[in-house]
Write a protein that binds this ligand. Sequence first.
Ligand code: PRX
Length: 571
Amino acid sequence: MSEQVLKSEAGQHNLMDYAKTYNNFDWEEAKKAFSWYETGKVNMAYEAIDRHAETAEKKDQVALYYESPDRKESYTFDQLKKMSNQFANVLKEHGVKKGDRVFMFIPRSPEFYASFFGILKVGAVAGPLFEAFMEQAVKDRLEDSEASVLVTTPELLGRVPENELPKLEKVVLVGEKVEADGRYIDYHAEMKQASEEFDIEWVDLEDGLVLHYTSGSTGKPKGVYHVHHAMIQHYQTGKWVLDLQDDDVYWCTADPGWVTGTSYGIFAPWLNGVTNVVVGGRFSPEAWYGALDRYNVTVWYSAPTAFRKLMSAGKEEIKKHDLSSLRHIMSVGEPLNPEVIHWGMKAFDLRIHDTWWMTETGAQLICNYPTVDIRPGSMGKPIPGVTASIVDDQGNELPPNQMGNLAIKEGWPAMMRKILNRPEKYQSYFVNGWYVSGDSAYRDEDGYFWFQGRVDDVINTSGERVGPFEVESKLIEHEAVAEAGVIGKPHPERGEIVKAFISLNEGYEESDELLEDIRQFVKTGLSAHAAPREVEVSNKIPKTRSGKIMRRLLKARELGLPEGDTSTLEY
Ligand code: PRX
């Protein structure tokens, strides 16, 4: 544990508000910031976009700066309001109604944001997918959610197995040349025709907002279902943790296929009416520092894996840019190494603030928010209105400095409301009134939480959750692979990498070409981030007597750690 304490430079302005609310904070109070507190009628799209477009001060303010290698555009709140109204009209015209699932398999772009809010405006649930997904990953998600409409591009359509998705009725194609017919809708052509006026479908706080699929250690990805109610926490953490001010220019680097890209790439900044930067295309230190510089970004939310890449790119690249606008930096997704915080202090003269939360929790819960001193290596403390603790497997609280399950008392606004189609899975998160996260951690005497690892086998590679079961399932679809066990192996830049142990079917010989072919098979079937970076042939994949792969043992052997209890082992 580091004894060092770092004072934060952000957030001095709301220190008093914060001090007032900390002890007695009640989420009911936060609701009063919204007009629906009186009317009960709510829609996230209205609160995030239209509400600002209706004020003289914000109407013509830039809401979105968009930049990719071949485009540079900006849109005001008023323009986003009109574009999303148009898309809502397109959807309505094609029969989309409240509660329908509309998925989005399209790169980050202005069209993405117009569609996203259009979907919310008709009261449908938005399902953003990573553009890197391949056929199996796309199919699993559209099938489970029974999505009726997909917004995609002609290029990505090839990865959508339409004939295996009977519930998918319409496909909106965003592209230059689109062959539209009854099933395929030409985005640009229909947007041109559509009215810029739309009567928003007002929904209940508990109605569906977004669906994010995320991986566990077993089974297919889980459809984590979030509702409009979450906005209270997005709004409030936008103030407390992101420290957003009216004139901020904010950049969250996460893709909206990931919960960070919606909760903090869309909802929190726009609920707070700030200018939001979106950068498409691939990561490069030049592009990223360039974006911070060009847009005079003031508040920046990214991930350890990106910081580590910037760190290894060296000082020269930073020196080429003026980053003096930057005043607040945050991190999420993986442990934030103290080394990275120290680099951040040298590189930007600012502390990087760690934040902890999960797809399931919908919003930040344990954070180094500006008014809390940072202890490098710690995730910080629970935000007001959230009670966190360390519990044993029965849900009993443990004393300070004892490692156990990181758990949150039920009842924060942004909590998922269900796992789609799997009520028993949802229930399995709760023990004795606590939401049990699957992370292990301890809490020190001063209430700081320290992340120790996952309790299960879930892999975290470059901040993305990879379920070993999914990768194993894909691997054994390859004709050469008999059995597969997949683990996360520590890696200095990516946190962990996916490593696969496989045994080969009769008649197959190990060769570099074969292993590369197997790697590619997962990459093109599932996604690049799930493809094992290392594949090792082993004729002894350890299994329990009931046939379950013992990943724990594979990992212990890989890392040269004690093997622990092997009483159920049978090869
Ligand atoms: O293991 C924790 C890790 O990421 C998991 C959640 O992943 P995901 O649902 O993809 O959402 C990530 C972004 C909200 C957690 O169970 N994790 C997340 N933040 C941190 C972290 N591990 C250590 N420190 C963090 N700050």
